[in-house]
Write a protein that binds this ligand. Structure first.
Ligand code: ADP
Ligand code: MG
Length: 320
């Protein structure tokens, strides 16, 4: 490794804080961690490649935020408390300014969740960022995809389709991801694409409440389909209850907004199932946190994701 790359690692290390359960952090051949007694480790990895997972011109601070956000979202979907993780960086050039800006976004989110960077790898190559994130969850309390029961409600947090709406504006040349969008509705969508909020507190609050959970990264149909398949059940979706933001509806119109909400990815909301006896509890959770939680359907026997009489396996568009 060249000196420049060591200098980059030093800049990253300068930004990472300590934590009591980090016995040894960045700087040795491996980190040493002290997991909590009575807990399972939840482990996940996600990679973002320039031009594939974000527009190439995306600002480094936004890339930093999203690199961690997609991983914390996976921990949230397991009901885990974020703890630590590693960062593998592939960079076309060793730029201190780029690393500092990247770190601004990355550590803003890391510090907000008391998540600690404890190591990684830095190489030269096409721009690519990969995090392996560890979280902790009490024995037996993880939220898995395979626990949905016949008769359960299906819920989703926040609103869906905002990120897909923003991405489509960018693809059409109608949105610049590097600066404020001018009008408030488009700016809201831009932020939803670039700065997704991992629903970490919700995931932890759903321990013992949800029977199954998944984060919406590939789109509601696809991700709810994962719960249905892994649980051996069928999901019935009430499309009129799928939450769509006022901003998305005003920029894209109601019909396209719903399409984005059902098929579009990158929102990082949580979709979960729970017994109908939990409705009042979930409503009070929503009231307490100010996070919208919408009941969008129910689980029944069978397979696949359905909407009215339609089988949505082949995609939503073909059926409207
Ligand atoms: P090794 O040669 O043993 O793989 P490196 O020289 O690659 O070690 O890394 C030195 C230290 O810096 C290690 O503790 C490693 O975990 C850490 N490190 C390297 N790259 C990063 C990075 N992008 N983010 C955080 N820590 C890093
Ligand atoms: Mg080594």
């Amino acid at each position: 490794m060249s000196l420049a790359e060591f200098a980059l690692i030093d800049r990253i290390r300068a930004r990472s804080k300590g934590r009591d359960d980090v016995v040894l952090g960045i700087g040795d051949d491996a980190a040493l961690l002290q997991p909590l007694a009575g807990h399972w480790l939840a482990v996940t990895a996600d990679t973002l490649n320039s031009g594939v997972h974000f527009p190439p011109e995306t600002l480094p601070a936004d890339i930093g935020w999203k690199t961690l956000a997609v991983n914390l979202s996976d921990l949230a979907a397991m009901g885990a408390t974020p703890s630590w993780g590693t960062l593998a960086l592939s960079l076309p050039e060793a730029s201190a300014a780029w690393i500092d800006a990247f770190a601004d976004g990355f550590f803003a989110l890391a510090d907000a969740h008391d998540w600690r960077l404890i190591g990684g790898d830095t190489t030269r190559g096409p721009l690519s960022l990969s995090v392996t994130a560890f979280g902790q969850v009490p024995h037996g309390q993880a939220l898995r995809r395979d626990g949905a029961q016949v008769g359960d409600d299906i819920w989703v947090s926040g609103t869906l389709g905002d990120a897909a709406g923003a991405l489509q504006l960018w693809q059409r040349g109608e949105m610049d991801v590097t600066c404020g969008a001018g009008d408030a509705d488009r700016e809201y969508l831009r932020q939803r694409l670039l700065r997704p909020t991992p629903r970490v507190d919700l995931g932890m609050a759903l321990r013992g409440v949800a029977t199954a959970a998944v984060d919406v990264s590939d789109g509601l149909l696809a991700d709810l389909g994962h719960i249905a398949r892994r649980s051996g059940v069928s999901a019935m979706l009430a499309e009129e209850n799928v939450p769509v933001s006022r901003e998305l509806r005003s920029v894209r119109g109601s019909a396209d907004a719903l399409l984005h909400a059902v098929e579009g990815g990158d929102d990082y909301e949580l979709c979960f199932t729970s017994n109908p006896s939990m409705r009042a509890h979930i409503q009070s959770l929503s009231n307490r946190t100010g996070l919208r939680l919408s009941r969008i359907g129910y689980i029944r026997k069978g397979e696949g994701v359905h909407c009215g009489g339609k089988d949505l396996q082949g995609g939503y568009q073909h059926f409207t």
